[in-house]
Write a protein that binds this ligand. Sequence first.
Ligand code: 5GP
Ligand code: MN
Length: 332
Amino acid sequence: MRSIQDAFPLLQTPRRIFITTHHKPDGDAIGSMLGLYHYLVKKGHKVTPVSPGEIPEFLEWIPGVKEMLNYEAKPKESLAALKDAELIFCLDFNDYSRTKHLETALAEATQPKILIDHHLFPKPYWDYGMSIPEKSSTCEMVFDFINLFNDNALIDTDIAECLYTGVMTDTGSFRFPVTSASVHLMISNLLQHGLDHTKIHENIYDSWSEGRMRFLGYVLLEKMEVFHNYHAALICLSKKDMGTYGVQSGDSEGLVNYPLSIANIKFATLITERNDEVKMSFRSKGSFDVSSFARQYFDGGGHFNASGGRTKTSFKETIAYFKKILSDIHPQ
Ligand code: 5GP
Ligand code: MN
């Protein structure tokens, strides 16, 4: 993969550009995609941002969301935009399989592809890009990209709101170790460009339905198992659980983080039963590497302290398999 600066000549004239991100997009995925979208439009390009699937309700207020295509709702238009594009940007993932429905189309696309991502172990597909696992978020990297072009002055409140969303969500509101000095300098700069950060926190964290709040109570009371001797906790949600309290599919977002607020719990796992697979989410504090753990046992990956994976076995079998591994590896 060549450096992203080598791609700058391609962006000197107006281009048709396709941007995409990972399936089940989170704040960083949508924030980085739409932040880059607003910037490239300002530079005179014709840009189509495409999410591989539905976006969670807590992100529906983000500037540019109406200009975005959802592949699941509009597959033909999405593929037409991909075919018509002269350049492809891939944000917040580094393996085509993470886009689910777009995997084949991306693999077959022959246009130059540019990666901006902070996950470990990128696949070697991209022509140009930035792949920096030490970065807090893909949004921080989009900010760096804009600055590499000497375009800091072009940052407006739309771009600032998009980029702030991803940095805030991926750093756990600026508390995880990846929250470097450069992250705080970036936020200072976004504030100088008119960002109202309180509005973003409220839109994302104070927009729960009553059902979602009660569902959280139910999950913590009834569904969380704590294994103090392994410094670990486990939450398992069946399809039936997901049907309670009127919760929506995005409402389990963030649940996996709660057990880490228990003293001495350093490894938290959420197992969710879905129609076509069993989804795993892993989070850790400190030195337990959940990225390797996900890769080794659950066909997944991600970051050192936040990762995910899946199984094709049943929900029950997955839980039993997970507990067996837990007792075998005995996390400290
Ligand atoms: P989540 O638990 O929120 O689904 O995922 C946590 C982190 O792990 C995210 O950064 C996500 O991109 C990554 N991740 C989740 N599932 C997978 C997977 O199957 N493969 C890889 N490589 N990364 C994943
Ligand atoms: Mn991210």
